[in-house]
Design a protein around this ligand. Structure first.
Ligand code: NAP
Ligand code: HSE
Length: 435
């Protein structure tokens, strides 16, 4: 058998220790598939004394993760520290500059610096691989950049954050409170070091921008993703959604503007109402699902565990196996210099139905104010529900579902209502997913 591929691991948390367990447990199988052994030589993290549930005694401990790529006993560095900048980025740049390959699960770093790193890796003729950065254990980057490579893709969307999906489906199934379920997601190793990235949709936006670049062959534009998260979803929204025949899911969507006759690329992360008979409505827990639509392949659905140590380690080690075999291609499905620039499309031109939830004072005229704003913006109302007054706050929850129309009309109605004393909190808009 050929010489081992010698790797260094930076970061020994949920994913890093998962990678060690996987490489040790499946070492023989991995060596047969990779045609050479994959051997960990050096490791690094912040706290050397921490018990990580894995035996580190046969690896060299290096206090400085940023220099791992310069070590002579290392061929590939695996970056599992996290963060878009800081030590992770220094390590990535140093590793490629040292002529070594880099594997990372760090979607924040790839979303912000992926093009720079991909171009540097191409120049240095080394691999930059990040399968674990999107949708955990699902091989969706490989699927899109290789399996779907012959297609013009005009829409890619799905559930891209395991923590949010876990929170929403647990709240739905058990009625548990948001904060309790988030704490459980953290305990299970699903959440980011700063869970705001999960619940505010930023993590899903990182992943969406990476998928969009690969699917559309465009330059990665994280700044162009319109992002909102799930922190404003209340139990009452989940109840209302269920009563109307929907579940709530955080969906990332990238779509060619040409589908609605406008130039550019439309990218958004936002909670949606998903009809109970839609495949995404049955994606529960930390599961992720990605749908990609291409001009010859039709609609592909990728589904599987989107977070946690095992699935994420599986994606990391799959990248290492590709590198061990000498099969790695380019980071974003085509050379970085060939990725097209594509401006953001005007989202107001999209058409659809929406659920809008208002919290209002219990007094005459409130309903008239809201419906007048809808009328003036030409938003047609399909149905409306009003809940009984909350005796403690004196407020009332009012939810309406619109008929299909341009999103710009709903935006206009809400602009008119901004600052109105008929609302006691900003309204929540959930797009209803179409087919
Ligand atoms: P984690 O459990 O917080 O582990 C982070 C590791 O990095 C820890 O071992 C920590 O050291 C080390 N570290 C942090 N700052 C450091 C520094 N300044 N210098 C040296 N080491 C440092 O995170 P994780 O969940 O494994 O995630 C790692 C990466 O994978 C992130 O980019 C994340 O977005 C990505 N990812 C995670 C998942 C998931 O399900 N968790 C899935 C896909 C992708 P100590 O242990 O000594 O504190
Ligand atoms: N925090 C991320 C999630 C980890 O919950 O999806 C997987 O990328």
């Amino acid at each position: 058998m050929a010489e081992p591929l010698r790797i260094a691991l930076a970061g020994l948390g949920t994913v890093g220790s998962g990678v060690i367990r996987l490489i040790e447990t499946n070492s023989e199988l991995i060596a047969r598939r990779a045609r050479r052994p994959i051997r960990i030589t050096a490791v690094s993290a912040r706290d050397r004394s921490k018990d990580r549930g894995v035996d580190l005694s046969s690896y060299v401990w290096d206090d400085d993760p940023t220099k791992l790529g310069q070590r002579e006993d290392v061929d590939v560095v695996v970056e599992l520290v996290g963060g878009s900048d800081g030590p992770a980025l220094t390590l990535a740049r140093n590793t490629i500059a040292a002529g070594k390959s880099l594997v990372t699960a760090n979607k924040a770093m790839i979303a912000h610096h992926g093009l720079e790193l991909a171009a540097a890796a191409e120049d240095a003729d080394v691999a930059l691989k990040f399968e674990a950065a999107v949708a955990g254990g699902i091989p969706v980057i490989k699927g899109l950049s290789e399996g779907a490579a012959a297609n013009q893709i005009d829409r890619v969307y799905g559930i891209l954050n395991g923590t949010c999906n876990y929170i929403l489906s647990q709240m739905e199934d058990t009625g548990a409170a948001f904060g309790d379920v988030l704490a459980e997601a953290q305990r299970l190793g699903y959440a980011e070091a700063d869970p705001t990235f999960d619940v505010e949709g930023i993590d899903a936006a990182h992943k969406l921008s990476i998928l969009a670049s690969i699917a559309f062959g465009t330059q990665l534009r994280f700044d162009a993703v319109e992002t909102s998260g799930i922190s404003r979803i209340m139990s009452v929204d989940i109840e209302q959604a269920r009563a109307l025949g929907y579940v709530i899911r955080l969906i990332g969507l990238a779509e060619a503007g040409s589908r609605v006759g406008v130039p550019g690329l439309f990218q958004r992360v936002r909670p949606h109402l998903v009809p109970v008979d839609h495949p995404l409505a049955h994606v529960d827990g930390a599961t992720n699902a990605v749908v990609a639509e291409g001009n010859f392949m039709g609609r592909l659905l990728f589904q599987g565990p989107g977070a946690g140590d095992g699935p994420t380690a599986s994606a990391v080690v799959a990248d290492l196996i590709d590198i061990a075999r000498g099969e790695w291609g380019v980071g974003f499905s085509m050379p970085a210099a060939e990725l097209r620039e594509m401006a953001p499309a005007d989202s107001g031109m999209r058409r659809g139905r929406a659920y809008i939830r208002f919290i209002v004072p219990d007094r005459p005229g409130v309903l008239a104010d809201i419906t007048a704003a809808m009328r003036d913006a030409s938003v047609s109302i399909e149905s409306m529900i009003q809940k009984a007054r909350d005796d403690q706050t004196g407020e009332v929850m009012l939810a309406l579902v619109t008929h299909e129309g341009p999103e710009s009309a709903v935006d206009e109605a809400l602009r008119v209502l901004e600052g109105s004393d008929s609302l006691t909190a900003p309204p929540l808009v959930l797009t209803i997913i179409g087919t």
